[in-house]
Design a protein around this ligand. Structure first.
Ligand code: ZN
Length: 207
């Protein structure tokens, strides 16, 4: 979402050459969130040049309708919003049946306690640390407590589940999030608006 859309290949090659582990793609439909980003042709275009797994975050209503399309476009991880899935367990099973990793995403107001009965079925929980819809938003401080509470659930339930945080990640918030128990951090504008994106990625990971 933060890359140069007129020069995507250049930014993908930068990421290939960086310490980044995954490439995160934000799909927005203008209904679940008040913005539209891009769809399957762009995921396919990224997949063509990416040498890292694609972490696809669907901020759309009825994501269960597009599981096969997301797989065909080249996704490694497909994350759907808790708030967008009436039959979340079924959707998670559909994602896994296609051979993808399944992630569940929570908006800032959705409590992590709601995940107690799905935590052993998902490969990742993605916590939104901003209200989804736009890049470059301010980090919501309550996220630290959510990571701590989620980590407690993951450990208590012995779940094989990563904790990912998306939004407002910079050097300061990254360190605190790792200390709270986050495993995967998504950073967009902080990397792409810098003069030396690869150096920023290295410092985020190793700093
Ligand atoms: Zn995202």
């Amino acid at each position: 979402m933060s890359a140069d859309f007129a020069n995507l290949r250049k930014d993908i090659e930068m990421l290939n050459d960086s310490d980044a582990d995954w490439i995160h793609l934000d799909i927005m439909d203008g209904v679940f969130v008040p913005n539209i980003s891009f769809g399957f042709p762009v995921i396919e275009a990224v997949a063509k040049y990416a040498q890292k797994p694609l972490d696809v975050h669907l901020m759309i209503v009825e994501p269960q309708k597009f599981v096969k399309e997301v797989k065909a476009a080249g996704a490694y991880m497909m994350s759907v919003h808790y708030e967008a899935c009436t039959h979340l367990h079924r959707t998670v099973q559909q994602i896994k049946a296609e051979g993808m990793k399944a992630g569940v995403t929570l908006n800032p107001h959705t409590p992590v306690s709601l995940l107690e009965d799905i935590i052993n079925d998902v490969d990742m929980v993605l916590l939104m640390s901003v209200n989804p819809g736009f890049a470059g938003q301010k980090f919501i401080e309550n996220t630290y407590k959510k990571v701590l509470r989620l980590k407690e659930i993951v450990l208590r339930r012995k779940a094989d589940c990563l904790i990912e945080v998306d939004g407002g990640v910079n050097y300061d918030t990254a360190k605190k999030l790792f200390d709270c128990g986050a495993d995967v951090l998504v950073s967009g504008n902080f990397i792409f608006n810098s003069n030396d994106p690869k150096e920023v990625i290295s410092r985020l990971k190793n700093g």
